[in-house]
Design a protein around this ligand. Structure first.
Ligand code: AP5
Ligand code: ZN
Length: 207
């Protein structure tokens, strides 16, 4: 299976990817996490990427396209199938894959109202040890030990999420028009298990 998942900031892409990979064994390729790893490694690309991410804008193609493509073409992704999270976000990024003959089987779009997205961003916490995604209200940590080590993302403020949302709205139609024949729109404003049930139904049909 070759799957793309898209949606506004905090619509639940990462959360659904945890559930999808658990059941389908696909290789999860999260564009945002790959960029944050670049930042953590203090590389030139990481430094440049952070300037854009701070503003909630798209990181330039010359950084993102190669980074994702390299991960996608590794043997494990080719063998197990892949799940691209947050890529492509523009038609040029989609073209960057088409040039290499890379085409998805399914394009998932998560739909969530704006006020809910803001609440999700502000309450999101991450476990630096396991990479697991939490929410103070909707997915609280299992115990005190985990709770005490949770961190927040530098772009998870109400002000920054508005900028990220604006960028999403500017670009989403162009990407959707590329994949309209294989797009499934999913109501992301429901408990995560219910959201997954919708995705699971679409994926099962492809097997
Ligand atoms: P990225 O890291 O991808 O950020 P994003 O698109 O804003 O999405 P998020 O990761 O914030 O949210 P999510 O949809 O994964 O939600 P999650 O599951 O965590 O990208 C960051 C930046 O990198 C971009 O702004 C851009 O600058 C750059 N970038 C990335 N990709 C790029 C590309 N292709 N090209 C150029 N630049 C790029 O859930 C959020 C919260 O909600 C969590 O707390 C979770 O517990 C909770 N939650 C999830 N589901 C539910 C539910 N069903 N009910 C209640 N709560 C829920
Ligand atoms: Zn994410």
């Amino acid at each position: 299976l070759k799957v793309m998942i898209s949606g506004p900031p905090a619509s639940g892409k990462g959360t659904q990817c945890e559930l999808i990979t658990k059941k389908y064994g696909l290789v999860h390729i999260p564009a945002g996490d790959l960029l944050r790893a670049e930042i953590a490694s203090a590389s030139e690309n990481g430094k440049r990427a952070k300037e854009y991410m701070e503003k909630g804008e798209l990181v330039p193609d010359e950084i993102v396209v190669m980074m994702v493509k390299e991960r996608l073409l590794q043997p494990d992704s080719q063998e197990k199938g892949w799940l691209l999270d947050g890529y492509p976000r523009s038609s040029s990024q989609a073209a960057g894959l088409e040039d290499f003959g890379i085409h998805p089987d399914l394009f998932i779009l998560l739909e969530v109202p704006e006020d809910i997205l803001v609440e999700r961003v502000v309450g999101r916490r991450l476990d630096p040890l396991t990479g697991k995604i939490y929410h103070l209200k909707y997915s609280p940590p299992e115990n005190e030990e985990i709770a005490s080590r949770l961190t927040q993302r530098f772009d998870d403020t109400e002000e920054k999420v508005k900028l990220r949302l604006h960028t999403h709205h500017q670009n989403v139609e162009a990407v959707l028009s590329k994949y309209k024949d294989i797009t499934v729109k999913v109501n992301g404003n429901a408990p995560k298990e219910n959201v997954f049930a919708q995705i699971d139904a679409a994926l099962t049909q492809l097997l």
